[in-house]
Ligand binder design. Structure first.
Ligand SMILES: [Fe+2]
Ligand SMILES: [Fe+2]
Length: 326
């Protein structure tokens, strides 16, 4: 554990450090005004920035289907969902800013490949069934990851997660409802759903990160109560939650080792291809280059909006000053 003595804090911060440790031990929130160890701040900035980037990059795979949605109703639902993800990104950038991070700096780091985003968004969306499966699997995995984060020790992050989780749960249900509709359709539609399930299952399991024995930052994040469960615990929770839903839907999850283990009270399942996860994380997934190029183009094309907003804010401020002086 991180006792003040163990971290070798200089004498002037020892009191502050023990107050911080007390806050964590009592399960209370650390707030932006509170003193916090530099390692805690850095870990949070890294995690929150990565989370924010995932929401923003995550708009792309499904966003590609907005113009090709099969009906006005599906278009409206998808449009709203993708817009929600933009909102999640903005909450999270704001939470990172309370730790002293700078939003344009985070965007630069993303575009230059110095900060990561979730590996899942580097896979292509081949058919409209992918939209449903992303809602079911990817938003479902996001819920498993994020519900415990509502109790994260850092106040602004935990509070942002409460609203984000409500919306993710809506996303998951809309994805599942879309798939239920397709499964009641034609053979071709059922085949599309099964194909999308086959392609997204393993990458979805990889979303929880490497196995616990190969996850270097987990222990510290757990000790600081930034993270509440390990990668493997969350992955297990996702599998247990998804199996009965797959049965109800009438699709097969592509894992011959998947079966209920009555003794453990959980499902046993096969191991994802960790080498593939490493490749995708290090930039060599099917769509990494495309995702970053798109984000870079959007950032460059949006420069005039940021300039106009800055000029407008300056004008407003000047007017307020003139008004106050008059
Ligand atoms: Fe989201
Ligand atoms: Fe979502």
């Amino acid at each position: 554990m991180n006792t003040p003595a163990a971290t070798g804090a200089p004498p002037e911060t020892r009191g502050l450090e023990s107050a911080f440790e007390d806050t964590i031990a009592r399960d209370q929130r650390v707030e932006p005004r509170d003193w916090m160890p530099e390692g805690y701040r850095k870990t949070l900035v890294r995690q929150i920035a990565q989370h924010a980037h995932s929401e923003i990059i995550g708009m792309q795979p499904e966003g590609e289907w907005i113009t090709r949605a099969p009906s006005l109703r599906r278009k409206a639902i998808l449009f709203a969902k993708v817009q929600d993800e933009a909102g999640h990104g903005l909450y999270l950038y704001s939470a990172a800013e309370t730790l002293g991070a700078d939003r344009s700096d985070m965007t630069e780091r993303l575009i230059e490949g110095r900060q990561k985003y979730s590996s899942i968004f580097n896979y292509p969306t081949r058919t409209f069934a992918d939209v449903g499966v992303i809602g079911w699997f990817v938003d479902g995995a996001a819920i498993c990851n994020q519900v415990p984060l509502c109790r994260s020790s850092y106040g602004p992050y935990g509070r942002a997660m409460v609203r984000v989780c409500k919306e993710e749960s809506f996303h998951q249900r809309q994805g599942y409802e879309l798939l239920l509709t397709m499964m009641r359709g034609t053979d071709a539609q059922r085949a599309m759903v099964q194909d999308a399930v086959n392609r997204w299952w393993w990458p979805s399991l990889m979303m929880f990160g490497p196995p616990d024995d190969n996850s270097p930052n987990s222990a510290r994040s757990m000790a600081w109560k930034i993270k509440r469960h390990t990668n493997d615990q969350l992955r297990q929770r996702f599998v247990d939650m998804t199996v009965p839903q797959a049965e109800k839907l009438g699709v097969t999850l592509p894992d011959p080792e998947l079966r209920r283990n009555e003794e453990r009270g959980h499902h046993d399942f096969g191991s994802p291809d960790w080498a593939e996860l490493q490749r995708v994380i290090s930039g060599d997934g099917p769509c990494n280059a495309e995702r970053i190029a798109r984000r870079r183009a959007a950032h460059e094309e949006g420069a005039w909006v940021r300039e106009a907003a800055t000029a407008h804010a300056a004008k407003q401020a000047a007017r307020t000053r003139e008004g106050a002086a008059a």
